[in-house]
Design a protein around this ligand. Structure first.
Ligand code: NAI
Length: 215
């Protein structure tokens, strides 16, 4: 199956498989059947087999899956065997929290720079980095070749900044602004993140619990 024909929902399940297999590995599992994996993950065994078949033959009839080999393969599919240089734009509340709390290395990224326009933040430490002025963005990118960017700026600044970043060689955006970035350029990846959408989904689920009394 060509990579382009793999459905978005399969791709979105891969990080969960990867995380789950890591937990199994830490708990001493060497191999697991698709049935056992399905029970633990709350998916059907055929769903799991179909998902993995998109990428090749991972399991063996009668043996199941070797946990660490499968995790390694899924990691490769996710690109976690590389470290992609990444920069952060906006060193405010969210930018600080992300820089301090996300384990970039285990997710295939290396956070190499942080930028802001606020004079009071420039030169301050954020995670393990010193905040730089956005005026340095072009020269920094020319020298260090970051490929991905995190957008933690106000919504109004997102589009213009994204265009500048693309001209500096950025090919992937982890976009936290509420501006739904749909980059008009080919060959640029965008992941829009809305924590609020997740909370709204929780509200829906809460209001539709089977057997719950309707108020
Ligand atoms: P904040 O105001 O604390 O930080 C924003 C920072 O961006 C400021 O330090 C500001 O100086 C800087 N900035 C403004 N224009 C810039 C530019 N052109 N280049 C570089 N830096 C620039 O705001 P906060 O709370 O950190 O939120 C950041 C963004 O994330 C906002 O757009 C907010 O709406 C959004 N947000 C999204 C969430 C989500 O789930 N997607 C959750 C929380 C916030």
């Amino acid at each position: 199956m060509s990579k382009n024909s793999i459905s978005n929902s399969v791709i979105r399940r891969l990080p969960r498989y990867y995380r789950f297999l890591g937990e199994l590995e830490n708990n001493g599992y060497v191999r697991i059947s698709s049935r056992e994996l399905s029970e633990k993950m709350g998916l059907t065994a055929s769903q799991i087999r179909q998902d993995f078949n998109c990428f090749g033959e991972f399991g063996q009839q009668g043996y199941g899956y070797n946990v660490s080999d499968l995790r390694l393969e899924i990691g490769k599919i996710l690109g976690l065997d590389k470290q992609t240089p990444m920069i952060l734009l906006g060193a405010g509340n969210l930018g600080k929290a992300i820089a301090a709390h996300i384990d970039f290395h285990s997710k295939g990224f290396d956070l190499i720079g942080a930028f802001d326009i606020n004079e009071e933040l420039i030169g301050k430490e954020i995670g393990e980095l010193k905040v730089r002025s956005v005026d340095e963005l072009s020269s920094f990118c020319a020298e260090n070749n970051p490929v991905a960017a995190i957008l933690c700026v106000p919504m109004q600044a997102a589009e213009k900044l994204a265009n500048t970043l693309i001209s500096c060689g950025i090919k992937a955006f982890w976009n936290f602004t509420h501006y739904d970035l749909k980059v008009a350029h080919k060959g640029v990846a965008v992941e829009n993140v809305h924590l609020g959408d997740s909370l709204t989904t929780l509200s829906y689920c809460l209001n539709n619990i089977e057997g719950a009394e309707k108020k």
